[in-house]
Design a protein around this ligand. Structure first.
Ligand SMILES: [Zn+2]
Length: 180
């Protein structure tokens, strides 16, 4: 993938965090650099990895984290809750992905971003309307006769009521199991 050549100044003006000149750093990486520090992205990656590879450093980081967590449990909980709230679609999709992975029903060609978006939409609809919406696999993952795939084309947003109706209808044919 060709990167756009930008001076640091141009990148800064355009609000980018990184820029790319096409020229190698002093270690020979032809890589992006950070606008804020001029630092080579590849060099930083390597020095971070090197730092992490030292067990005492990682232990220090874990200790710091434990201290922080004990001191500020409410902050830790708040940031975890905020992350979960902002990533509901992602979490829901992940849950299905894990389930489908067990039976190899998540092919690599699926568009993950599109799937996350569908789960996020269902959550938004539920919040917006107060009616519970589910993401349903058109062809069920767990059908007794046919097994659907966890891919975007096999997802649809239904109300809980519609989903329940579908379950009853498909029970005989597919041996459906509830998705959500
Ligand atoms: Zn470098």
């Amino acid at each position: 993938m060709a990167m756009e050549i930008l001076s640091r100044e141009e990148a800064r003006v355009q609000g980018h965090k990184q820029y790319f000149t096409g020229k190698p750093c002093n270690k020979g990486h032809v890589s992006k650099r950070y606008v804020s520090t001029y630092q080579c992205v590849e060099c930083l990656k390597l020095s971070t990895a090197q730092w992490r590879s030292k067990p005492s450093n990682m232990q220090h980081m874990r200790d710091q984290w434990h201290i922080y967590r004990e001191k500020h449990p409410e902050r830790v909980k708040a940031s975890r809750d905020a992350w979960r709230a902002a990533n509901e679609g992602r979490l829901k999709e992940l849950q299905q992905r894990r389930r489908a992975a067990k039976t190899r029903q998540t092919p690599k060609w699926g568009d993950r971003a599109a799937m996350i978006e569908i789960y996020a939409q269902a959550r938004s609809l539920t919040k917006l309307t107060g009616i519970e919406f589910h993401v349903d696999h058109v062809v069920p993952l767990q059908g007794r006769r046919v097994r659907g795939l966890h891919v975007e084309h096999n997802l649809q947003i239904l109300t809980k009521y519609e989903n329940q109706k579908k379950l009853n209808r498909f029970d005989d044919y597919y041996g459906n199991e509830q998705d959500v």
